[in-house]
Design a protein around this ligand. Sequence first.
Ligand code: HEM
Length: 306
Amino acid sequence: MTEAHESLPRFAPYEKGRFQLTLGIKEIPVADWIDVDGHYAEHMAEKKRLLDARHGEVFDGLPGSLPAQRECLEAVLAHMSAHRPDLVAVEGGEIRTAWDGARLLRSAFEAAPLDLAGRLVQEDLCLMQPSDEGHRLIAASLCFPARWRLADKLGRPMSAIHDPVPGFNDKLNRPVERFFGGIAEGQLYMRLNWSVIDDPTLFQATGHGRRERDPSITPQNVSERLHIRIERQTFRRLSGTGVLVFGIKTIVDPIAVVANRPGLAAAMLGSLRTMPSDMQGYKSMAPFVDPLETWLSQAAETDSRP
Ligand code: HEM
């Protein structure tokens, strides 16, 4: 049927086999804030390309966000100096990035310190400020959006940001704000979000809500055409400004990572079958959900024992 992909997926948020719209958060050590994987250099190069070519779409901040941007940059520099000095070296007013051998001048980013922070890590970084309406997006370095535009969300609170997400405002907005309110300095939390997608591009500004069947995707070519897109999302409070840093680390794997892993294939199938149709529609899975389910059923039956 398909070639098995060699490496096991690092994260499998569909493994419970049942779709649930939940917070799904867990506390992790602060040392695990920034996640570095084998795509580091490739992702950093793609970020640089996007920041050069379409800066206005991938970076922005409200005028009042500078203190939080500065604090976030210092937190990223402290983290990378402590945990990955091989990748990021702070040398006075210069920051050396090992992936391309460049030297970035801190002084060049005085008006946008978060832009510099985003050029050092694979994560996208969003700054969320507490307000009467809930946490509000005040700045972001956002090179790998999963089908949304920074310009549409900047300045808006969580409820408005998530307006297009089926069920969010009814079921999740209050628990999320309660969770955010309880995050103290020195704590780090994470959650995973996942989708199956037909386009592995990291920067996707649009694409939610496609419902028309794509006849070019068949059970025979699912393993070449489809990908699993996972977001490892992190939440950390900055002690000085009280702003929350929302980190989004994007991982795109070929769907073939679950081929010949019947347990994972069965779990993903179970998650798809229990996903409400409005959520499937929102996630643009309708164009290929039928061939995907056929392919997963076959993969779930494949005996991988030698
Ligand atoms: C515990 C916290 C959070 C939860 C439970 C949550 C949950 C969700 C869910 C379930 C979706 C639909 C995802 C999908 O396509 O599969 C979503 C989309 C999204 N989330 Fe969150 N989220 C959280 C935090 C945040 C934060 C802090 C931001 C700030 C930027 C954010 C921005 C977005 C955006 C922009 C979308 C896409 C909305 C659109 O289609 O226009 N989320 N979120």
